[in-house]
Design a binder for this molecule. Structure first.
Ligand SMILES: NC(=O)c1ccc[n+]([C@@H]2O[C@H](COP(=O)([O-])OP(=O)(O)OC[C@H]3O[C@@H](n4cnc5c(N)ncnc54)[C@H](OP(=O)(O)O)[C@@H]3O)[C@@H](O)[C@H]2O)c1
Length: 369
């Protein structure tokens, strides 16, 4: 691997650690390297809350030594005056001689202008190194600025014979501890977790991150609930003051149900209904995008999963398959017709297959080639 690739991998790793903490901004990693020796002079990543950006932090760590150095950055440096001054100004002021940037920022306020301004300032700019990895890490930011909604990662667990729940009320354990740990890490890297009211009522989940050291990384929990049936006695409602809960509902929600949930600290918002009377999923995701959310992990049941596939709102999907079988007893099928069709060639490709203890996790991504 070339030195450039090594330093870009470090920048990507730094940025990846902050996923889920920087929205509405992307989590950008930056590394300043002395050109002649390859010595790392400074590193940085977007701070929690989205500011400061990664580049000024890496430049500040490098100090005067940044003059003549190379900056590796996972996303095009910003060129506009937002709540922070443009990163391009900081890079020029620091005297950086060369910038290696993985991905152009599609944000219309930047969109190539960051790279162009640096070139105009006499900096050698190279773009596109590890673009695919950077595009994956920044999928939330890219989807929000290009489509006005967060990137949705759908997760479903199923038995070897394809069921995601038993037929009766008993709770089915499908996956083991290694896969459960992976799910909690995906949660920590999300800005919000999405479920339907079916899952809230059947499982009464907490949807928090329960990994050692990451307890503070529980994201916002979002429930789609057309008629506001979420019980005030549910874990999601009772813990809303510790871990925020947002319920998206429709005009059909009874006012007393809304008052009871809001009294517990649950945020309730009304979005349009679709033709079938459920929540209009495109409008719901646009609402979440307008709130600044960039990365959404769906842990809902098969109804929501299939409706998301039908509405073409899925950027990535992970199917975790456990070793158990329900056999003739049967249950609720994990894959509905729209999701099955999408994964079987409707614009998705397999990007990863992992063994997680006794379980396997296969991840599909929307094919952007
Ligand atoms: N194995 C897994 O990975 C996994 C994950 C989650 C859940 N589960 C299991 O799945 C079962 C629950 O399944 P589910 O499919 O009912 O849960 P769900 O998909 O989480 O919730 C479905 C409900 O969401 C509401 N909703 C509102 N707008 C919708 C829309 N546009 N499209 C679809 N749904 C919309 C509907 O109820 P309203 O009309 O009342 O709003 C709908 O019945 C439970 O047994 C649970 O244990 C399994």
């Amino acid at each position: 691997m070339s030195d450039d690739a090594t330093f870009m991998r470090l920048a990507l790793a730094l940025g990846r650690r902050g996923l889920g903490t920087t929205w509405p901004n992307p989590s950008v990693g930056a590394v300043v390297v002395e050109a002649a020796t390859g010595r790392i002079l400074g590193t940085g990543a977007t701070a929690p809350g989205g500011r400061p950006h990664g580049e000024p932090l890496a430049l500040a760590a490098a100090g005067e030594a940044a003059r003549g150095a190379t900056l590796y950055v996972t996303l095009e440096p910003c060129s506009h005056h937002g709540r922070t001054p443009p990163c391009t100004d900081a890079i020029l002021a620091a005297g950086i001689a060369r910038v290696v940037s993985a991905l152009e920022d599609p944000d219309p306020r930047v969109a190539g202008r960051g790279h162009a301004l640096l070139r105009q300032g006499g900096v050698a700019v190279e773009t596109g190194l590890m673009r695919e990895a950077a595009a994956r890490d920044h999928i939330g930011h890219v989807t929000r600025v290009t489509r006005g909604r967060p990137a949705l990662h759908l997760k479903l667990a199923r038995t070897r014979d394809g069921f995601c729940a038993a037929a009766g009320p008993e709770r089915l354990r499908i996956t083991g501890p290694v896969a459960d740990g992976a799910v909690h890490l995906w949660r920590a890297h999300a800005d919000a977790i999405l479920i339907g009211i079916g899952t809230a009522r059947a499982d009464d989940p907490a949807l928090t991150v329960r990994l050692p050291g990451l307890a503070g990384r529980s994201p916002l929990r979002v429930v789609l609930d057309t008629h506001l049936r979420l019980s005030p006695a549910s874990v999601l409602a009772r813990t809303a003051r510790d871990t925020p809960t947002l319920v998206l509902t429709t005009r059909s929600a009874p006012a007393h149900a809304r008052r009871a949930l809001e009294a517990l600290g649950v945020a309730v918002a009304t979005v349009p209904a679709d033709a079938a009377g459920g929540i209009d999923l495109t409008a719901a995701l646009a609402d979440l995008g307008a709130r600044g959310l960039t990365r959404l992990c769906s842990e809902g049941g098969p109804r929501l999963a299939d409706a998301l596939a039908r509405a073409d709102l899925i950027e990535a999907c992970t199917l975790v398959t456990g070793p158990a079988e329900l056999g003739t007893a049967g249950g609720l099928r994990a894959l509905g017709p729209a999701l099955r069709a999408a994964l079987a060639g409707g614009g998705f490709r397999t990007v990863e297959a992992l063994r997680l203890g006794a379980d396997t996790a296969v991840t599909y991504e929307r094919d952007r080639t």
